[in-house]
Design a protein around this ligand. Structure first.
Ligand code: HPA
Length: 247
């Protein structure tokens, strides 16, 4: 039996998990190098929750330098089997404006040059995971139900387009992504979701919309200050959703 009921990977704006009691910090060695920082393990809503800040607790790691393999390996090696990735995103679809929360059900990967697989190591067994459904439905469902129970509006489904960053996209890139069927754009959704699947972890994404993506809103430019203000508002709902899920 896992001693961890839920693991949370916090994205931009979520560097510490509010309300985590009796927290202990664990520095985990992994065969893939260092994780983004210590895993913080504690009690939350009467359950054991493990938290890891994806960009580091002082946000020093840009999306393309996050060691996604080490992060998921660290959580798995501690006994986590269910992982929620919290991700800041830009909204492409018109109903996905700032502060909206989405639990996507599909993704398209536009990233490059990242370590995308545990097979990418000399002598490792080659695995071709089924990734038709990139998120675990049996984790998406309780997440959505919990948000509803907590009275927090969330959108069920949407396609997350993962870009390389750290820059934001051009209007033409977003227009192309829209034609491809993307509803959201973020820089950290991949390879995290695929690596979770390789480790047979249950994995779902809680996407927090920080801004309309390039060309999708009224603004000629996207302001980083506004992104962080919207993110702070959406991030404040995350512990309430997860508390309802763990209850
Ligand atoms: N693009 C990519 N990633 C993001 C955005 C965006 O507009 N906003 C927040 N994360």
């Amino acid at each position: 039996m896992s001693t961890i009921d839920l693991a949370v990977i916090g994205g931009s704006g979520l560097y510490k998990f509010p309300g985590l009691q009796n927290a202990e910090r664990l520095a985990v060695d992994t065969p893939y190098g260092a994780a983004s920082g210590d895993v913080v393990l504690g009690d939350f809503a009467g359950k054991r929750l493990a938290f890891l800040a994806r960009h580091g607790e002082s946000h020093t790691l840009p999306p393309h330098r996050v060691n996604y393999r080490a992060n998921l390996w660290a959580l798995h090696s501690l006994g986590a089997r269910r992982v929620i990735g919290v991700n800041a995103v830009g909204g492409i679809r018109s109903d996905m404006g700032p502060r909206v929360i989405v639990v996507p059900d599909q993704l398209i990967d536009y990233t490059h040059g990242r370590a995308t697989s545990y097979c990418d190591v000399e002598g490792a067994e080659v695995k071709h995971i089924d990734f038709s459904e990139p998120y675990t439905e049996s984790l998406r469902r309780p997440l959505l139900a919990a948000a509803r129970a907590a009275g927090i509006a969330v959108i069920d489904g949407g396609c997350y387009g993962a870009t390389q960053g750290p820059r934001l996209e051009t209007r033409a890139e977003i227009a192309r992504m829209k034609r491809d069927g993307c509803d959201l754009v973020g820089m950290t959704g991949m390879p995290e979701a695929a690596l979770a699947r390789e480790l047979t972890l249950e994995y779902a994404c809680l996407a927090l919309v920080a801004n309309f993506a390039a060309g999708c809103g009224d603004e000629a430019e996207i302001s980083i200050e506004e992104i962080f203000a919207h993110l702070a508002a959406a991030t404040a709902e995350v512990p309430r959703i997860l508390a309802a899920m763990l209850k």
